[in-house]
Design a protein around this ligand. Structure first.
Ligand code: B12
Length: 206
């Protein structure tokens, strides 16, 4: 696990992919690989960036290495369940390009049987509104990783209200800078600290 963490921090995408497969072959679970190596690796990269040891390019290659490892895990984590739980629309808010956490939320929701409509990253409020109108999902999941973009979540909720759609969908929010207090303040229905809680909440929505 330590070796995988190092490979991701150092941005070795091929090595990360190979090591994830080796760990799976050794019987380590996909969840453990994610929670004990891939996510901690991203935390380490964040620390290195903050302390000035890493710059944007290093952060980018590390993110690629994480995504390469995640690719191997995705089929296992999402495990081909029938889409029986309903629909979920997800996306990262406008101005924000961070999509790894949002992708994990999508994988968890798929694993729980949701049909996931992923709008991607840097998504404008209006685009969320159009998707909610078109797909009529049970839940809308919004992600933000920057303190400068998190207010975009409020814009989405306001736009849904203006469009008369707010009552039709439960809005859940998450991402590193998001807190329960912020979620309550902007009128979201749920704050989740990780992808597992996102899926657990979505399952409770009727
Ligand atoms: C990888 C990374 C990048 C990559 C992103 C690649 C990609 N495809 O996503 C790149 C290199 C592009 C990048 C760019 C930037 N980044 Co950056 N980045 C990171 C880093 C290292 C890891 C993020 C990550 O993927 N974490 C792993 C995932 C799994 O965790 P997560 O996203 O938090 O998601 C989990 C939960 O939060 C939750 N969750 C997430 N979304 C949702 C949604 C719902 C509905 C729910 C319920 C739950 C949920 O579930 C997930 C799974 O557990 C973080 C540091 C960190 N520790 O967060 C900095 C960080 C977020 N970045 C930062 C900064 C400053 C930037 C830049 C502004 C740098 C620059 N000078 O240009 C740019 C901004 C670009 C932009 N416009 O978005 C800062 C933000 C500071 C702040 N307070 O705003 C951080 C914290 C680094 C730091 N310590 O300074 N970054």
């Amino acid at each position: 696990m330590e070796q995988l963490k190092t490979l991701v921090v150092e941005g070795d995408a091929k090595g990360s992919e190979t090591r994830v497969q080796e760990l799976l072959d050794q019987g380590v679970t996909a969840t453990d690989i994610m929670q004990k190596a891939l996510i901690p690796a991203m935390d380490k990269v964040g620390e290195l960036f903050q302390s000035g040891e890493y710059y944007l390019p290093e952060m980018l290659v590390a993110a690629k290495a994480m995504q390469q490892g995640l690719k191997v895990l995705k089929p296992i984590l999402a495990q081909g369940k029938a889409h029986s739980a309903g629909k979920a629309v997800i996306g990262t808010v406008k101005g924000d390009l961070h999509d790894i956490g949002k992708n994990l939320v999508g994988i968890s929701l798929e694993g729980a049987g949701f049909e996931v409509i992923d709008l991607g990253a840097d998504v404008a409020a209006e685009k969320f509104v159009v998707a909610v109108r078109e797909h009529e999902p049970k839940v809308l999941g919004l992600s933000a990783l920057l303190t400068t973009t998190m207010l975009g979540m409020r814009e989405v909720i306001t736009a849904l209200t203006k469009a008369g759609l707010r009552q039709n969908v439960k809005v859940m929010v998450g991402g590193a800078p998001i807190t329960q207090r912020f979620a309550t303040e902007i009128g979201a229905d749920y704050y989740g600290a990780d992808s597992t809680s996102a899926k657990d909440y979505a399952r409770t929505v009727q």
